[in-house]
Design a protein around this ligand. Structure first.
Ligand SMILES: NC(=O)c1ccc[n+]([C@@H]2O[C@H](COP(=O)([O-])OP(=O)(O)OC[C@H]3O[C@@H](n4cnc5c(N)ncnc54)[C@H](OP(=O)(O)O)[C@@H]3O)[C@@H](O)[C@H]2O)c1
Length: 363
């Protein structure tokens, strides 16, 4: 299973599907074949391992399959893996983590009913950690939301005259591009889109050169129009403008597009709306050792009347919680308890979604 977890980690951290690894063994424990999932539309880990075996003219009858996630039972872009293992005659299946996806779960039961020896739970914690954000997204039916902001030590996200470039140092800004690359979508409110004219693409910190990987979907929430010449319309990545002020509705639009992870980059008003709705799963704050004394706060009114009502966060476990990045400090934390009951968006007020720009494939 440790080897299967290593293989799984080679898969992409973004995209609609989880990272999964599979090792096929002889009954006495010799490795026959390995596979991992390389992203949506490609073979699942079990199918990849079975294909590697088949390419050598060998079969899997009587062997053991070790998989990091419960084999799926649904036909999506590829066929169901539980049936593929059955058809191959696998005798034993060892699974780390169960599948939280209601449309794909049930593989362990299906295999058991067919007479396969099934064991679930080996290194389950490590397997779950690999796909934590994906698992939360599919279980809740909405993307995982990471809220990122930059502020001075006194919590200001811009100066009194509105200037905010740059609060943090170049290494911190480079770190933000790494963070962006680890999410399916990047989201801002119309306030930030109009004030800063951001590109929201993954690129080098000096603003030159696009990152090598796929660009996250760019998303703007709010009712106001974006100007025709906005950098968000430059075609370097797809743009979706969701014309609503309902955070639930924004996430419903993204969930329908199979977006699993969103990096909420502000500004203060939109971040406050998400936090008040209980829709922030993780906070990444870049704190610059500077003071402004005046200017907007990193987050707008959260409806906190007294200190007892503060939205308390727990620092992330391990050394990643507080890290020095250049001259700045990155703090990663998670809300301690949900402050609002999650609800579905109001169906009588569907958001108007305008896809204002698609990717220019020739760029
Ligand atoms: N330091 C940082 O990390 C950071 C990050 C981002 C921005 N900023 C700064 O923040 C400033 C912009 O602040 P902002 O608060 O106006 O930006 P914002 O939060 O990006 O945009 C606010 C606008 O979003 C729309 N909106 C959509 N859903 C909303 C909701 N549920 N609640 C409230 N508004 C919603 C509203 O516009 P409509 O009328 O169009 O609906 C609202 O006026 C800029 O100066 C920018 O530089 C700083």
């Amino acid at each position: 299973m440790r080897r299967a977890l290593q293989l799984a980690a080679r898969g992409p951290a973004t995209g609609p599907n989880p990272r999964v690894g599979c090792v096929l063994l002889t009954p006495d424990g010799h490795v026959l074949a390995e596979g991992h999932h390389r992203g949506a539309g490609t073979a699942h880990a079990e199918a990849a391992a079975l294909a590697e075996l088949a390419a050598r003219g060998a079969g899997a009858a009587g062997c053991t399959a070790v998989v990091t996630l419960e084999p799926c039972t649904h036909t999506g872009r590829t066929g169901p893996c539980a049936q593929a293992l059955l058809a191959a005659g696998v005798a034993r299946v060892v699974i780390a983590d169960t599948d939280p996806n209601p449309t794909a779960a049930g593989g362990a039961d299906l295999l058991r009913r067919a007479g396969v020896d099934v064991e679930v739970g080996l290194l389950a914690e490590a397997a779950h950690a690999l796909n934590e954000r994906w698992a939360a997204a599919v279980a809740r039916g909405r993307p995982w939301v990471t809220w990122k902001f930059a502020a001075t030590l006194d919590g200001r996200s811009a100066a009194a005259d509105g200037t905010s470039r740059w609060i943090t140092s170049a290494p911190a800004r480079a770190d933000v591009h790494r963070l962006r690359a680890g999410h399916d979508a990047v989201l801002v409110g119309t306030g930030t889109a109009l004030a800063d004219d951001p590109a929201l693409t993954v690129r080098a910190a000096d603003g030159t050169g696009e990152g090598g990987g796929p660009q996250p979907l760019r998303v703007v929430a709010g009712l106001r129009e974006l100007p025709a010449g906005a950098r968000l319309r430059d075609g370097r990545a797809e743009l979706v403008h969701v014309r609503t002020r309902d955070p639930h509705a924004v996430l419903a639009v993204l969930a329908a597009r199979e977006v699993r992870t969103v990096l909420l980059e502000g500004g203060p008003a939109l971040a406050a709306a998400f936090a008040r709705a209980g829709l922030v799963d993780e906070v990444v704050a870049y704190l610059a050792p500077a003071l402004l004394g005046a200017g907007p706060a990193a987050v707008a009114d959260l409806g906190v009347g007294g200190i007892a009502d503060a939205l308390r966060l727990d620092l992330a476990p391990g050394p990643e919680a507080v890290v020095r990045v250049g001259e700045d400090v990155r703090v990663t934390a998670r809300p301690r308890a949900r402050r609002a009951v999650e609800r579905a968006p109001d169906p009588s007020h569907p958001p108007v979604v305008e896809e204002v720009a698609r990717v220019h494939r020739d760029r």
